[in-house]
Write a new protein. Sequence first.
Length: 678
Amino acid sequence: MPSHSSRCFYLFTSGISLPLLAGSLAVILLTGCQPNQANIDKGGADDDGFTAASSHTIDANKALLEKLPFSDTQDFKDAKRGFIAKMPKLVVTDPQGKIIWDRPGYDFITGEAPNSVNPSLWRQATLNNIDGLFKVTEGVYQLRGFDLANMTVIAGKTGWIVVDPLTTAETAKTAFEFLNQQLGQRPISAILFTHSHMDHFGGALGLLENNTPKNRSLDEIDIIAPAGFMHEATSENVMAGTAMSRRAMYMYGKQLPRSVRGHIGSGLGKEPAFGQFGILSPTTVIEHDSAQLIDGVPFEFQIVSGSEAPAEFTFYLPEQQAYCGAELVSKNMHNLYTLRGAKVRDALTWSNSIDKALNAQRDTKVYFGSHHWPIWGQEPINHFLETQRDTYKYIHDQSVRMLNAGLTPAEIAEAIEMPPVLANTFSSRGYYGTAKHNAKAVYQAYLGWYDANPVHLDPLPAVDSAEKYVALMGGADNIIKQTEIAIADGEYRWAAELINHLVVADDSNRYAKELLASSYDQLGYQAESAPWRDVYLSAAFELRHGAPEKGIDLASMKQILLRSPVENFMQSMASRVIGPEAFGEEFELNIYFTDLDNNYVLTLKNAVLHHKLAPKSSTANATLNISHELFIDLIIGNAGVKDVLFSDELEIEGSKIDLASFFSKLDKPKGVFNIVTP
């Protein structure tokens, strides 16, 4: 057998056209042309029901190979640069032994893209597979592939300065222990939270569980975060956390197999770990652009709140000439609107924050971020920042131009076309966000949900509308026939829209559900955005197997909820009042937190629940004396209402019956609900 290098040379000189070869060129250069038989997508449905890629999907994915510069392998070189070591089997379990992180589960991602994966997304997933401990520059290291995000560690004068301690205690503990094994044990001197998203602070408590004998107590560790961090980090998870968690299962493909027809990554990384989440309150708050000395290391902070996160900073290390872009920039187009559901982000603020970083008077030799791999050299860094800046501003400006011309969100999404210079830059490709749904976010930010067409002002409910469409189109048989024609023609968007009417009108029609699932299979296989792929394939999975019986365990959020302002939970209770069941009811309740020594007076009237921090009301129907922790257990379902109210773990003054009646009027979200069926 010829050597790797000679085999590669043979491919280049044997008459294979460059466009056909380009999609695998990066893999050829990096893997020595070795094929991966596990990635061959064979015909027929797999064990989970996912169908094979159709000829239309194969052609669509092949066409992309001719459009993008797959011959550029600089990202692969950067992703491997500074490699020190990797864990032989990076599998992390929770205290009960359940696997919450399985990096080897993605080992199938190697070689050329299979037919069932967009080749551009496969390239991104291959890059995100490069994991381990890396040296970024002198005194700066990254642990990549231990969770969705990166953990960065900076050598301070007396210990490690940890930046963004991952999503869960379990993965953070594993990563930090591996760091100390490789570089020598040092205590933690400071922890930095760059922003208020869970994958950048949720593992903080795990750092305090490491086996470093010289580790310091919490009160000796400086916790540094941007202004507004605690409010933003905790409030999002209380008010709409149930719905967000369910939708996140789609966005991150939680139920999907890790396979060539399933989940291959999130674009931003592999996936978030689902273990024990925690948070630490900052001891130092960065309120504006400023210079700070942290454990002997100079930092220059830039506040970029209101861009990717409502509370966020980036920083520059002048001694190392290194810029940490946090998640202001990353090696993909990000979300102006995230599919799990969230408030839309300000594209203009985002772009302006990048512009400020780009134009700062710095001699930057290396960029590193909260996700993906670093970039070395001032010119490549400037190019990266410029294209990131212009990606968000172009989407903003063109969306505003078109909405002012009267185009609707759907029309803008269909019409927007990225400039070739941005479209051909991999770091601006839509592996996470997309130009289409980001354009809709810009419309939403300025004009809201209503597109000014009166037909959309008060449309029929989905089931009523679907039933009328089914009748109008001649019944189920005709819809099925037309859907089969659309699928045969490769018109999967139309096929899905068409057969969805029948599924919504009659979700007992198994063949209709399979046709819809098959359409979603192909849309998922063609998607360049990892969240779009996961959403389509999760929908297909649930059409075939049903919705999950349980959602994400809220008990894992307990440590974060304990640090959330009590006011958040009071408002959350108000949003759980079942309006019609409270019509005509009036109720007053004291909730006294015995360990916090404060009291809230709750008043239910006009089916609206109000609360205020005040002394106990003498006219209350009942007073509930309870510890803060037991109250949280009650909220997240660790303890049942009936068991708690009639237990010896709290004290009730007044009527237990009235108290039980009050709690009976609060909705109890299960954490799961149907998405693709009524």
